[in-house]
Design a protein around this ligand. Structure first.
Ligand SMILES: [Zn+2]
Length: 380
């Protein structure tokens, strides 16, 4: 899989590609971006580009236009760097064009996560264990087994308590010439400033919405409208869109639309019945409420802004217009607030059916005094 197949912005790919080509590699990289960014995909692609067996003279077709040959320009492309972090690890010839073939033994083993010199580390539980970092330190001191360098990829690198972070810092301060560390995080503020200053930082932005939509259409075989809905609902985050399309989210949303239609114009009995049906799946109640929030938010786009262009669920434009037809914006705002409260109620382990019933009453514009549970949701 060459760089052209990696789903991140061209500037980032171009910059990393040129770094590999030049052979001017820092010892520590920090890849960061919003949740759902393709950080890990980027890290393993970068590892492949560094270690790919195709050397100068055997390169495949050129990738992007390389503008990063001039020192300094690269920093502008991939982010700021500072301090002593830029101690480049010397000795490797640059690859012909910084790309990787995706088919050599090294590329395949990296893709299959079985390369003996490429390690992925992660927290155990909520945080990294000191032992994990000490083991890494020991391994980094040894020569690589097959490749010219060892590459350590640290997932969720912000999940370190002080002692672990200090331990990592010690490793980074005494870099071994044949090791490269790639820290990944969606929470860059959780990284020690001393580690930040030693890292070549690479910020990933979510891809433009148009590109995400195109990718979703191609990879999921869905219509443009469905892909656009997914992209909007996922807030433009590719990882989240992937998760939503593979899980039950969209299905649950469609069930909800049908149910809300009944509930909005239905009797209290129907509201109770709807709450009962959905509360059977306690685990999915949160997802249900999140899907509901998107539908209510669309109700606000219609009733408050009178503008369907702002809809998230654009693939259900017709159903949503019918759903909120004749509703007052005050009522939709109340439904929104009730649903936000209901999410907190779920965390407090309140009875799911009562929580949903309160929400549906609000969506139907009915007074909560009518609810079956006059004191509000009861503890389960
Ligand atoms: Zn290769």
């Amino acid at each position: 899989m060459p760089w052209s197949d990696v789903q991140v912005g061209d500037l980032v790919k171009e910059a990393l590609c040129c770094l590999v080509r030049s052979g001017r590699l820092a010892g520590t990289f920090l890849f960061y971006g919003p949740p759902g960014s393709a950080l890990e995909e980027l890290a393993f692609a970068f590892a492949s580009a560094i270690l790919c067996e195709r050397k100068v003279g055997q390169a495949s077709a050129p990738v992007a236009n390389c503008q990063a040959e001039t020192p300094g320009l690269l920093d502008k492309l991939v982010g700021q760097t500072s301090g002593r972090s830029q101690a480049e690890t010397p000795g490797l010839p640059g690859h012909a064009n910084g790309d990787f073939c995706g088919v050599c033994r090294t590329c395949r083993h990296i893709r299959e996560r079985i390369h003996p010199d490429v390690f992925a580390l992660e927290p155990e539980g909520a945080f990294y264990k000191i032992d994990t970092l000490r083991t890494m330190q020991g391994m980094a001191a040894l020569l690589p087994l097959e490749a010219e360098r060892k590459i350590f990829i640290l997932r969720q690198a912000d999940r370190m308590r002080q002692e672990a972070a200090n331990s990592l810092l010690k490793v980074l301060e005494e870099p071994s010439p044949h090791s490269i560390f790639i820290l990944l995080t969606d929470n860059v503020t959780g990284i020690l400033p001393t580690i930040l200053s030693r890292s070549q930082r690479v910020r990933l932005s979510p891809p433009p919405l148009d590109r995400l939509i195109e990718n979703l259409m191609a990879s999921k075989g869905i219509s443009k409208e469905a892909a656009e809905s997914l992209a909007r609902l996922a807030g433009g985050q590719p990882g989240r869109a992937e998760e939503m399309s593979e899980g039950t989210w969209m299905e649950r949303r469609d069930q909800l639309i049908a149910l809300l239609e009944k509930v909005r114009h239905g009797s209290r009995l129907e509201i109770m019945h709807g709450s009962q049906v959905l509360s059977r799946d306690r685990a999915g109640a949160r997802e249900t409420l999140e899907a509901l929030l998107s539908l209510i938010r669309d109700g606000l786009a219609l009733t408050l802004l009178d503008n369907p262009a702002f809809l998230l669920n654009i693939d259900r434009r017709k159903e949503i217009s019918s759903l909120w037809h004749g509703a007052e914006s005050d009522q939709v705002i109340r439904a929104f607030e009730t649903t936000v409260d209901a999410l907190a109620d779920l965390d407090r382990n309140l009875n799911v059916q009562n929580v949903l019933e309160t929400v549906f009453m609000a969506c139907a514009g009915r007074s909560s005094a009518e609810s079956m549970s006059p004191k509000g949701p009861q503890r389960a």
